[in-house]
Ligand binder design. Structure first.
Ligand code: AMP
Ligand code: GLY
Length: 421
């Protein structure tokens, strides 16, 4: 079968490497892919948000199945457009992708269906938001309603910082229209867990849990990034907590979306916080996480493509979904300066004795050389019987990848190890 993957980051590289293991796939394409993905799929120079071109290309090239990985095309209706041409897809339609596309939608959904989440207020008027902040409990959390490249959340430790965040979103429009409406919510505490789940809107099968490291610098300092590294499974996420989440969060969310006439199919990402009052939803994403995918899929033992097909056919209950009883660690190698300004165009070289998975996120091929081309450049994933060994292996192999201005955190997995001790 001819399969295409829409997207071009580390997550898409991990999806593509896993799909390549499937005997059913004869040709694999990435739109647009990147210089590293080019080693594993045929890259086609069409941007992930260009729905019309993606659809026309898929029809012209007789694509049998599409995987739409990033949030933007999902929210923009890429799956709807491909389905309309008779191409089955993995990923939600736009009316379900809104669970990530609008924080106000997702907060209201959780309130209506009693799914545990932080208490919140919604504002479309800046003066009302500022007035509310005069007496709101501090710290508080300010969120832009729409997509903001994972950066639309401000944790404000003081009243002034909270007001500044509101002004920058609503008056200065730092996130464009995404910030014209905002959510101000209760500050929660506790360990964070990412749970990606396969669902066909009838059955929900959580994948192995993971822990992201969102801040740029060691010790969870510095700016929020797309994610600097991940480990799986997440030691805080015990069997008991998993059972509770299934009952209070996962199944109720799938049922709520069905009740709203927005059946969700694909990968639903639950960003959870294990608070003293139980697990609560911090955010939903309508897709695989990045870099969670880079630790979750290497642990998947079954055929990813068969699972995706089963979901598209509404037969997930019959699918074989098994994860290895092992640990994985992904360390992101970024361009120094990320998530602020950074230089790019440096050659990437990998030692011959590199022995891990390399998932390329931001790189381009030029004259046969792989050059850095993004903030997050690549991820190095190792799997091992213990978390300790996975972390050590991952870092050992990070040392075998070279480019100027490379930066990675040195403490990925440290918190998880401490939790296990
Ligand atoms: P998000 O973009 O929604 O994932 O938020 C980014 C990060 O902000 C999360 O990973 C949390 O660490 C933090 N965060 C979001 N909402 C809250 C909240 N209500 N309380 C405490 N921290 C939060
Ligand atoms: N790693 C967080 C996300 O994919 O949104």
């Amino acid at each position: 079968m001819k399969v295409m993957v829409v997207g071009g980051g580390g997550r898409e590289h991990a999806i593509i490497k896993k799909l390549k293991e499937s005997k059913k796939i004869t040709e694999l394409f990435a739109l647009p892919g990147n210089g590293g993905i080019a080693a594993d799929a045929t890259c086609v120079d069409i941007g992930a948000k260009d729905i019309d071109k993606i659809t026309a290309w898929a029809v012209e090239n007789k694509i049998d199945f599409a995987v739409v990985a990033p949030d933007d095309p999902l929210v923009l209706g890429c799956v709807d457009a491909l389905n309309a041409k008779g191409i089955p897809c993995f990923g939600p339609k736009a009316n379900a992708a809104i669970i990530e596309g609008s924080k106000i939608f997702s907060k209201n959904l959780m309130k209506k269906y009693n799914i545990p989440t932080a208490a919140y207020e919604v504002f479309d008027d800046m003066d009302k938001a500022l007035a509310y902040l005069e007496t709101a409990p501090i710290p508080t959390v300010i969120k832009a309603d729409g997509l903001a490249l994972g950066k639309g959340v401000v944790i404000a430790e003081t009243r002034e910082a909270a007001k500044d965040a509101v002004r920058s979103m609503m008056a200065d429009k730092v996130f464009g229209d995404s910030g014209s409406k905002i959510v101000i919510e209760e500050f929660l505490t506790g360990p964070e867990v990412s749970v990606l789940a396969f669902t066909d809107a009838k059955t929900v099968i959580p994948m192995v849990s993971s822990m992201d490291h969102k801040r740029a610098l060691d010790g969870d300092n510095g700016l929020n990034t797309g994610g600097m590294g991940t480990v799986a499974p997440n030691p805080y996420y015990t069997k008991e907590i998993a059972d509770e989440c299934m009952k209070t969060i996962f199944e109720p969310t799938i049922a709520a979306m069905n009740a709203e006439g927005r059946p969700f199919t694909g990968c639903l990402y639950f960003g959870l916080m294990l608070t003293p009052n139980g697990p609560k939803v911090i955010e939903y994403n309508c897709r695989f996480g990045d870099p969670e995918t880079q630790v979750v899929l290497p642990l998947l033992e079954s055929d990813l493509f068969e699972i995706m097909q089963a979901i598209a056919e509404g037969k997930l209950a019959e699918a074989d979904v098994r994860f290895a009883d092992k640990n994985a660690c992904c360390v992101i190698m970024a361009s120094k300066g990320y998530p602020s300004a950074y230089e790019k165009g440096f050659e990437i070289t990998v030692d011959a004795d590199f022995a891990a998975e390399l998932y390329v996120a931001g790189a381009t091929l030029k004259d046969g050389k792989l050059l850095t081309n993004g903030g997050r450049v690549l991820g190095v994933t190792a799997t091992a019987p213990t978390l300790e060994a996975a972390i050590a292996e991952s870092y050992k192999n990070v040392a075998k990848v070279h480019f100027d201005n490379a930066y990675s955190r040195s403490d990925i997995g440290k918190k998880a190890l401490a939790a296990k001790a």
